[in-house]
Design a protein around this ligand. Structure first.
Ligand SMILES: Cc1cc2nc3c(=O)[nH]c(=O)nc-3n(C[C@H](O)[C@H](O)[C@H](O)COP(=O)(O)OP(=O)(O)OC[C@H]3O[C@@H](n4cnc5c(N)ncnc54)[C@H](O)[C@@H]3O)c2cc1C
Length: 387
């Protein structure tokens, strides 16, 4: 089968899954703050946990483009559903796959690919968000391992994860810094505790928590890659993480647009459908046009990524454009609905709240702009025109 046929087939089956099993339960997740266990089981059976992982570890080895097309479909419903398997396919497994020892990969990745275990990525701290290099969590060398101490904040999936990829500052016995390193930390490690859930306006049910590491003793094999190289690996992984957030956001905005257009066709005021009014038409037209443009850029950069051509600034542009556009579209479709757009009985207000987080995670919009501008200005200083 041609690659495009496979992508279309994957996307169609993800759409059916989302429509049949998830959309009918999304309101329940908003109310309970939890993804039902049987839904997690269904997602396991459908193979969503290992889509990006290699077949050797039980995954499906999808290309990035194929995965992004599935993620767009998951954008049609609460982030909480996607959040259950997002880290297994992305930030929670990427450094293990790229830099873990063969023994660690053989042990951990099959559990992640089947969804038997969940993964989290833990970089952010109370005093280090955008400025990730300023993290205070330390990893002190021991004779045959490391002693890790610190606090991580906003860690997605922490309530359920077995494995945490933790970024810490390596220090020697005198406390001198050896740079940032990445570690695989098992939830059962003595000294690791999970704080209460953060009470956020977005992503209800996706469980963000503080993770405290109090003198956690890790084996030598927990180090992922070389000492001092962990932050570079994490920032590399953010390139794909940003594209994934963008794909989810565009899927969410697509659903908002469909709801808005359908409402414009049926709601009547002044004796005619509100879609007859130019003021409403422009909301729909602008939303559709801006979404088409953002989707085109995402699809191009995702294709570039699969061919090894996507740069950090390309992913930053996609994330910036997609998440800002998607938020505007959701807001505009609430406007088309008038007062009922604010009702918790419709998904629009939840879509807007879920999208709000997308402009902050994996680097805020301001940080994306800074990545784009710094890269262009650096090239200009070298006499290279922007491409
Ligand atoms: C729902 C959710 C889930 C998350 N999940 C995870 C997770 O699983 N793992 C994890 O490690 N982290 C996670 N995070 C943390 C997230 O990555 C950070 O919130 C994000 O990087 C921003 O950091 P901050 O919140 O500390 O904001 P700050 O860095 O304090 O920024 C505050 C404001 O200052 C601006 N700002 C900061 N520096 C600059 C600059 N140089 N130029 C211009 N403006 C600047 C920012 O854009 C922002 O507007 C999550 C956050 C949320 C909300």
């Amino acid at each position: 089968m041609m690659a495009m046929d496979v992508t279309n087939e994957l996307r169609a089956s993800a759409r059916t899954f989302v429509k049949r099993y998830l959309i009918p339960r999304e309101q329940e997740v908003e109310e309970s703050g939890e993804v039902p266990v049987e839904i997690v089981e269904l997602m396991r059976d459908a193979g969503f946990f290992g889509m990006r992982l290699p077949e050797a570890y039980g995954g499906m080895a999808l290309s990035f483009g194929q995965y992004a097309s599935v993620v767009k479909e998951f954008g049609r419903t609460s982030w909480a559903f996607f959040g259950v398997f997002d880290d297994n396919n992305g930030m929670g497994s990427e450094l293990i796959l790229a830099s873990g020892s063969q023994a660690v990969k053989d042990r951990v990745l099959p559990e992640l690919a089947t969804g038997k275990a969940l993964a989290s990525f833990a970089l952010t701290e109370p005093e280090a968000g955008s400025d990730a290099a300023s993290i205070k969590t330390t990893a002190q060398r021991l004779d045959d391992g490391f002693l890790v101490t610190g606090r991580k904040q906003f860690i997605s999936n922490a309530c359920k994860s077995t494995y945490f990829t933790v970024i810490a500052r390596s220090v020697d016995a005198t406390g001198a810094s050896l740079g940032h390193s990445a570690f695989l930390v098992d939830r059962r490690t003595p000294g690791l505790t999970i704080g209460p859930a953060e009470r956020l306006m977005s992503w209800r049910g996706a469980c963000q928590h503080e993770v405290v590491l109090d003198n956690c003793v890790l084996e030598r094999s927990s180090l992922l890659g070389d000492e001092g190289e962990g932050l570079r690996g994490a920032l590399d992984a953010l390139k794909t993480g940003r594209l994934i957030v963008a794909a989810w956001a565009l899927g969410a905005a697509q659903r908002a647009l469909e709801l808005g257009a359908a409402y414009a066709a049926t709601r009547r005021q002044f004796g005619v459908p509100i879609g007859d009014f130019q003021g409403v038409q422009w909301h729909v037209a602008d939303a559709a046009t801006q979404l088409a443009a953002a989707n085109a850029l995402l699809d191009k950069v995702v294709d570039d990524l699969d061919r090894g051509l996507a740069r950090m600034r390309d992913a930053a542009m996609v994330k910036l454009l997609s998440t800002e556009t998607a938020s505007r579209v959701a807001d505009s479709m609430i406007q088309v609905h008038g007062g009922v757009g604010l009702s918790r009985d419709l998904p629009l207000e939840r879509i807007l709240r879920d999208l709000r987080a997308c402009r902050i995670i994996e680097g805020t919009s301001e940080i994306q702009r800074s990545i784009i501008a710094r890269s262009l200005i650096k090239e200009a200083a070298q006499g290279r025109p922007p491409v």
